[in-house]
Design a protein around this ligand. Structure first.
Ligand SMILES: NC(=O)c1ccc[n+]([C@@H]2O[C@H](COP(=O)([O-])OP(=O)(O)OC[C@H]3O[C@@H](n4cnc5c(N)ncnc54)[C@H](O)[C@@H]3O)[C@@H](O)[C@H]2O)c1
Length: 342
């Protein structure tokens, strides 16, 4: 049994806690750490995010020890795995300390808000045999796993164009609103758009060039981006991200992909299933075995820990590259200069 300590019991801490319950035969959350007294005992009424309100669901916390200080978890030999769901500005500090303490570490995305911090995390991971992964959940999300399979197998021929989108109202849900301070969260480009940046890297590799258009807001940073990722001529790949809409605008993640012999369409906000539109007419709606990407990503991470292997499906170097490209897009929006592909 892998014993887990979650640090940061806000929106993502709650999502991860619930995902571990789906893996209860091999992992158990033994400690929940948060600075907020209510959250570390699982009162999640105000721990809401962009994927709906599950705060009122009742859970059994009888075997979960609350903690106010994350160092307690690092010093506790009864904890094998530290799951970091704290705000982005704490990722480096906690991950480096947890790896040095001999823990396996799963850390929420984005890896960190600067490349210097990412490098410190990678260096800490290289000094240990422990397993370290950034929770880039989109790679594990059923609809995106399906798209990856279509691109690899060419079931419907070659991918001819792709539009990945992530669209939202300005977030107002994190504790003390840290998410709206770009120095703490990295802003929209690192908090939201990074999902599609990381996924596009996973799907197609590093592009030859990126052109961006969008909005740079002096207070909030890059608030809106349309990024054109260039691979081959006549193969448009567009990544769209924004979180500058009015409060009731629904959160959406979406895919429109055109293959030689079919098109794929999905919008999370529509609550309709991903649909394949066949070139000869007619549609298909594939069924997906796993409910969401958090459950799948944690399942994969537990596999790696059990087999004592480094993740190959989402490596720290790839997570760093996603941060690098997202930051480069944001810098281009700020300066008006071309995207520097680092
Ligand atoms: N993968 C995804 O889909 C996804 C979605 C949302 C957020 N995230 C990421 O998850 C992370 C957390 O975001 P969130 O929305 O859950 O934020 P949140 O504000 O809801 O929760 C963060 C929690 O961390 C706690 N915390 C702060 N400092 C702490 C400390 N020193 N020790 C212990 N606890 C501390 C806060 O009290 C708060 O409860 C961020 O990095 C964010 O980018 C990922």
């Amino acid at each position: 049994m892998i014993r887990v300590g979650i640090i940061g019991a806000g929106f993502m801490g709650r999502m991860h806690f619930d995902a571990y319950q789906k893996h209860s035969a091999r992992a158990q959350v033994v400690t929940l750490c948060d600075k907020e007294a209510a959250r570390r005992i699982g009162d999640w009424r105000d721990a809401i995010g962009n994927l709906g309100d599950y705060g009122s669901i009742r859970r059994d916390f009888s075997s979960v020890k609350p903690s106010a200080d994350y160092h307690e978890l690092l010093n506790n030999p009864a904890i094998d795995l530290i799951d970091i769901c704290a705000p982005t500005f704490l990722h480096r500090e906690i991950a480096v300390a947890a790896l040095a303490a001999g823990k396996h570490v799963l850390c929420e995305k984005p890896m960190a808000a600067t490349l210097v911090e990412c490098d410190a995390m990678i260096a800490a991971a290289e000094k240990t045999d422990r397993t370290f992964m950034i929770a880039q959940c989109t790679r594990f999300w059923p609809e995106y796993v399906f798209l990856k399979q279509l691109v690899e197998t060419e079931k419907y021929g070659r991918l001819e164009s792709l539009h990945l989108r992530r669209q939202a109202a300005r977030p107002g849900y994190t504790l003390n609103n840290w998410i709206n301070n770009p120095e703490l969260s990295g802003g929209m480009i690192l908090d939201l758009h990074i999902h599609d940046v990381d996924y596009a890297l996973f799907l197609l590799g590093k592009p030859k060039a990126i052109e961006v258009s969008g909005v740079y807001n002096p207070q909030f940073g890059a608030d809106r981006v349309y990024a054109f990722w260039h691979y081959d001529k006549n193969r448009p790949i567009v990544l769209e991200g924004f979180w500058d809409m009015p409060p009731d605008y629904p959160f959406n993640a979406g895919i429109s992909a055109k293959f030689e012999h079919a098109a794929v369409h999905w919008d999370m906000a529509s609550q309709k299933p991903l649909t394949v539109y066949l070139a000869g007419g007619g549609t298909e709606t594939p069924e997906f075995p796993v409910a969401d990407g958090y459950i799948a990503e944690i399942g994969y991470f537990l596999d790696c820990v059990e087999q004592n292997k480094k993740p190959t499906h989402s490596t720290p170097q790839e997570s760093r590259m996603a941060v690098a490209l997202a930051l480069a897009e944001g810098e281009s929006l700020r300066t008006g200069k071309p995207v520097d592909l680092v």
